[in-house]
Design a protein around this ligand. Structure first.
Ligand code: ADP
Length: 571
């Protein structure tokens, strides 16, 4: 505890407020070591200064004073973070003064041994990173040694000391220099072992994190991608490959433009925008888009990622994950369809309730009115005409109820397919209409090939044809010399095209698109409920077909019904 506190105190003393601040481990360690050495040197010099003063020999005092001064300077430089200068300011003067001592003292005192410690000290303090400084220091030490040895006391007169002094000095110098050298070596070994342990710990940590990462990839339902902006290569994890129907390593490393082919063309612009937004403006990269599988189908994927930028804001790489969300998307789509259908049904129901109550009440009110008149009338001719009118109202009511039943049946019952001869069916419908009002005023042309058959719901097709014919009768042009309804049918590869043409009053171009709507009546001449064509369209669609109209006001109308052929067809 006390040792820890001393260590921390000394570190504070050498490094000051810079302790632990953006310095790598080696720089800090050698700075602390320099501080320790400077402090020990200071302590030794102060000790000797007092000793010399005590024995009254002041010859070495200026040297000690110089070492003390340089040591204090080195400590200050350490605190100022000028580490290299601090080491030089400490090492060079001390070595130089030791060299001076060697030329003053007899060789036998063993002062030369400090040169060895000095060389080791240079390498320890400057470290491998500053080995140039260390080599220079060693060369300087060798030069000083050579000079002091070659000059051999020519600079200073050797001090006359007793044999006893020489012997004890040698022992002292040997011990100190050896201890110093051992301390340096021990320090270097310690650093080495610590670095190795640190390296091992880092490697273990890396291995652990890699294992964790691999397990996470395996466990996750998503795949990983990694894009290298420099090489423009895109790494795709085996999970992505298998999601898209490829073999595990088939897509491992692909070119960036693989994305161009993989993403659904409709999603590409959105993808590019999100990507650019992230790379250039650092907006989150998160998108749902379709990716092409090997077999050509598309899967919905949830794609997220994050880029790495350099100091200039240039993107270096981007890593992300993709998760298959096709099931969720399909469910969402089905839900949307159901919602739309529900809205449509609700709207229709609203209009249905409103129009039905009106259309049911109107003929009833009219009949009541006619009954009132009949009750007070005694004229048989008038009574007959009133009865005719009542019949007309009852017929209208009957038709309306029939239409509602048709509508209800269409939405509730399934399709019952049989092989149908279109020629016969058309004949049947025309025959059933012969008692319809104004039927006699029109000529029917059944041009359907007699051998044309299709596999469909006979009942529904009959109602479709019936409704179109009824309209042709209802909206015939009384001014036409010969009002007609002409029916043709053509067999195509997958469907039969039925064409019903009349030369009736025709329909205004701007309302043609609305005539298939529920309760839509095109004009005042309209005599029905406005349900006929709506039911016709619903039924055609139920059979998998389509209905359309082309018409010119005053010239006539042509209805085209396309019905799928089904399994059975005749050329
Ligand atoms: P409605 O019961 O009023 O006849 P429909 O749904 O059958 O209702 O037709 C909608 C409207 O389309 C009619 O009101 C009519 O104005 C117009 N229409 C339908 N068929 C013809 C046709 N063959 N010629 C002219 N107008 C037509």
């Amino acid at each position: 505890m006390a040792l820890e506190r001393l260590k921390s105190f000394l570190q504070n003393l050498y490094l000051g407020k810079h302790k632990g601040q953006e310095l790598d481990d080696e720089t800090q360690q050698t700075a602390v070591l320099t501080g320790h050495l400077v402090l020990v040197t200071l302590f030794v010099c102060v000790f000797y200064t007092f000793l010399e003063i005590n024995i009254g020999d002041l010859f070495y005092l200026p040297f000690y004073a110089m070492i003390i001064l340089f040591s204090i300077g080195a400590l200050l430089l350490l605190r100022l973070q000028r580490y290299t200068l601090a080491k030089s300011v400490f090492l060079f003067p001390v070595i130089t003064i030791v060299a001076l001592f060697t030329s003053i003292e007899k060789h036998e005192t063993g002062l030369y041994l400090y040169f060895i410690a000095g060389c080791l000290c240079a390498f320890t303090l400057f470290g491998y990173a500053q080995r140039g400084y260390a080599i220079f220091t060693v060369l300087y030490i060798l030069l000083l040694f050579s000079l002091s040895y070659l000059l051999d006391h020519q600079l200073f007169e050797p001090v006359n000391v007793s044999e006893e002094y020489v012997r004890s000095s040698f022992i002292f110098n040997f011990l100190i220099s050896t201890l110093a050298s051992v301390a340096m070596l021990y320090y270097l070994m310690h650093v080495n072992v610590r670095s190795k342990r640190h390296l091992q710990a880092t490697a273990d940590e890396l291995k652990e994190s890699r294992n964790r990462f691999e397990l996470a990839i395996l466990g996750s339902s998503g795949g990983i991608w990694d894009w290298n902006a420099k090489t423009q290569e895109l790494f795709l994890s085996p999970r992505i490959a298998s999601m898209l129907g490829y073999k595990k390593n088939e897509l491992r490393l692909v070119e960036s433009d693989w994305i161009l082919k993989a993403i659904h063309p409709d999603d590409f612009d959105r993808f590019e925008k999100t990507f650019e937004g992230h790379v250039k403006k650092k907006k989150p990269f998160e998108i749902e888009c379709r990716f092409r599988t090997k077999s050509g189908e598309y899967l919905w994927m949830y794609d997220t990622g994050h880029a790495e930028w350099d100091s200039n804001g240039k993107v270096l790489r981007m890593v992300g994950t993709v998760v298959d969300i096709t099931k969720r998307k399909k469910a969402e789509h089905a839900l949307k369809e159901q919602k739309e259908m529900l809205e449509k049904t609700n709207n229709e129901l609203d209009r249905f309730v409103y129009s039905t109550s009106h259309d049911l009440r109107a003929p009833l009110s009219s009949i009541l009115g006619l009954i009132n008149i009949a009750q007070v009338s005694c004229d048989p001719a008038e009574l007959r005409s009133l009865l005719d009118m009542m019949k007309g109202r009852v017929d209208a009511l009957n038709t309306f109820i029939d239409e509602i039943i048709d509508y209800s049946r269409n939405s509730r019952t399934g399709i019952d397919k049989t092989t149908v001869s279109l020629f016969e069916l058309v004949g049947e419908v025309i025959e059933s209409l012969q008692y319809y009002e104004n039927y006699q005023k029109l000529v029917f042309h059944n041009n359907v090939p007699k051998n044309l058959t299709l596999c469909t719901d006979r009942g529904r097709l009959k109602i479709i044809l019936n409704n179109i014919f009824v309209n042709a009768i209802k909206y015939h042009d009384p001014h036409q010399e010969e009002a007609f309804v002409s029916l043709d049918a053509e067999m195509h590869k997958h469907w039969v095209m039925i064409r019903v043409e009349d030369n009736g009053i025709g329909i205004d171009e701007d309302i043609q698109s609305q005539i298939f709507d529920m309760f839509f009546r095109a004009s005042e001449q309209s005599v029905g409920s406005g349900l006929g064509l709506y039911i016709t369209k619903e039924m055609t669609e139920k059979l998998g077909g389509q209905i359309s109209v082309t018409s010119r006001k005053g010239h006539g109308s042509t209805f085209i019904v396309k019905i799928p052929v089904g399994n059975s067809r005749t050329p």
